[in-house]
Design a protein around this ligand. Structure first.
Ligand SMILES: C[S@@+](CC[C@H](N)C(=O)[O-])C[C@H]1O[C@@H](n2cnc3c(N)ncnc32)[C@H](O)[C@@H]1O
Length: 289
């Protein structure tokens, strides 16, 4: 069994994505999309950013490891009457169905960061992007007190047994030195890599922060697992109280509903020419500077 796939198929991320639609559209609008651009949205979920990118006129392929989210994405695209987007199942660590140099933009909004082999992910993102194209990622930042999702995962982890040996925390995608190392391993010179902070706001005009935590507890794989682990320790109520307090303290809504801003790191990578299609060979052999 693929544990990474099982984690994301466990719940129903669409229930969480419902809080992400406005911010997802904002992210898409910041990408400089032009009609006809070929875009890969990696770890696309049900299309929070992929669908607005298609609405801006790009030809979009959404790839996600969770088959339920791929199906939901295709349903949402059909409901929106979009014919320039499709969703398919795939693993960011090995995009084996996708030829080299396919996309003008490879984008991932809090998606590829959750794949288990970050160096393979960086190499695959660079491989499928055309020379002269771009890779852009949005990643949560570890230990950031203004990042709701970092706090959510950190609190959850404090109730969960240590991960297996060899596990690489997804949060390391929010550390600049790690980002540089991973893209350098993919053959990208450091001068082509830049980062800046952004804010992604989780919004609901109907639900309170406590409702949001209840949604995460019921539908979001990592939080579902944290509650299961806390239950085994007899500490489920403690975890719930900590998460609700945290969500309330982050909430900026003036009417008691939900508006929770979360800081993230936007990573931009310019992809240069390279000569080999083989992501396993040494990076120095791949680059034509
Ligand atoms: C936090 S959700 C974000 C979904 C979407 N980008 C959004 O903003 O709504 C993380 C997504 O990454 C996907 N994912 C995790 N590991 C993956 C992998 N190895 N390959 C492709 N997708 C993956 C999950 O299935 C899930 O849809």
């Amino acid at each position: 069994m693929n544990a990474n796939k099982a984690l994301w198929e466990k719940g129903n991320f669409s229930e969480i994505a419902a809080y992400m639609r406005d911010a997802g559209r904002e992210v898409a609008e910041g990408l400089g999309i032009k009609p006809g651009m070929k875009v890969l949205e990696l770890g696309c979920g049900d299309g929070t950013t992929a669908i607005p990118i298609a609405e801006l006129g790009a030809e979009v392929l959404g790839v996600d490891i969770a088959s339920n989210l791929v199906a939901a994405g295709n349903r949402r695209a059909a409901q929106a009457g979009l014919t320039n987007i499709r969703f398919q199942e795939g693993d960011a660590c090995d995009l084996k169905d996708i030829p080299d140099d396919t996309f003008d933009l490879t984008h991932s909004c809090f998606g590829a960061m959750f794949a288990p082999d970050p160096v393979a992910v960086a190499k695959e993102m660079v491989r499928v992007t055309k020379p002269g194209g771009k890779v852009v990622m949005g990643n949560w930042i570890p230990g950031d007190k203004t990042s709701f999702v970092s706090l959510l995962l950190q609190i959850g982890a404090s109730y969960t047994p240590p991960p297996p040996v060899g596990f690489v925390s997804p949060m390391l995608w929010g550390v600049e030195a790690q980002i540089v190392e991973r893209f350098q391993a993919a053959g990208v010179p450091v001068s082509n890599i830049s980062t800046e902070k952004g804010v992604f706001t989780f919004v609901s005009d109907e639900k309170t922060p406590e409702d949001f935590i209840d949604s995460l507890r019921t539908w979001y794989g990592p939080t579902m697992n944290a509650y299961e682990a806390a239950r085994e320790l007899g500490k489920e109520d403690d975890l719930h109280r900590e998460l609700v307090e945290m969500a309330n303290s982050q909430n900026r809504s003036e009417n008691g509903r939900t508006s929770i801003p979360a800081t993230y790191l936007k990573v931009s990578v310019r992809v240069s020419e390279y000569v080999s299609a083989n992501p396993d060979i040494e990076s120095s052999q791949q680059i034509v500077l």
